[in-house]
Ligand binder design. Sequence first.
Ligand SMILES: [Zn+2]
Length: 377
Amino acid sequence: MVKMRLRCLKFFAIHFCFLANYPLLHSQGCCSGGSGSPIAGNASQGVLAQHQMELASSLQYIYSDKFLTGNGESSPLFQSFSSKYLYNRVAYGITKDLTISLEGGYYLNKTQTELNAAGKIQSSGFGDMIIFPRYDILNRKRLDKHDELTIGLGYKIPLGKYNDSHVVFTNPTTGRQYFTISPPLVQPTNGSQDVLFYLFYMHSGWPKNIRFFANSMYIKKGWNALGEKFGDFTAVNVFVSRTFMHSLGITLQCNAEWVQKMRYNENVDVLALYNVDVNSTGSKKISLIPQFSYSYKTCTIYGLAEVPLYQKVQGTQIGIQQQFTMGLSYRFFTKKDLKCDDAGNDFTYMCPMKCKGGGSNSPGICSVCGMQLDKVK
Ligand SMILES: [Zn+2]
């Protein structure tokens, strides 16, 4: 501990009090770079078929200049915040019930623009990596009705920096620069190892051509080396989805999320170098997320936007204002002879995406992803 303090002293030559009380962005709690992990583009977060692989990438853009307090809107603490986050996922079906994915993000840019055009605090770089196995505890198909229940347990490893600094003062005579640590809002990661608990449910077949999903995620945040523990994150999502013209998907997602207050170990940060106002952490939010997707063979592109309906924060924090995501996913089998998705079931009609449990002996749509089934024999 003493060692760390000394290192910090050297690194942050001077501490400026006026930088205290950094607000956190509402959705800081989520490790996938924003609120709600996108399930759009038929990238179902259930499990894949055995030996099936999925590669997915998405680009998320966030912008906000809206500040909130417990009572409503607040005057701005800085001009605006924006970020561009590239998120990649590789998922593989180890068995017919167990899928493991490796996911990670890279911030192309995270920027806080100060008031009165005093400058910008920026960072870029790797965010977090997540190892995320998921297991089907139920996958039942009877006639046209299909139900799937999946549990997941994830582990988040911080790859990026969480103690990045920026210049706060340049002495005009000597040219010497003074640094301080950047606010958590612009750090690529929060630096803690976290555990994710995940539950996913899908129902399709009734009413016809409509699919329902629900998922729930709880992230138990760990402490980082700066003596910070970001608030635990809970999210519940419900989705209604329908496919039009064989491959065009429209999904409406409703997201509710709750971020607990941050905790802070005063024994680590005795010199108060990190400037986080824990009273301005913790939030609740409900939003509506329309999503569009288009699939061609086993490739899907999708886009989604988040429309906040309700936001309530503790203290003063920057709220969610504009949040867009565009993504791409591609599925294939790592073994050539595996054309069938249903573990040996020989169906006449198969899903072009080769979804697990999507096959049927009559024409119709895939009960997992909603695409029109292809006749295979
Ligand atoms: Zn399918």
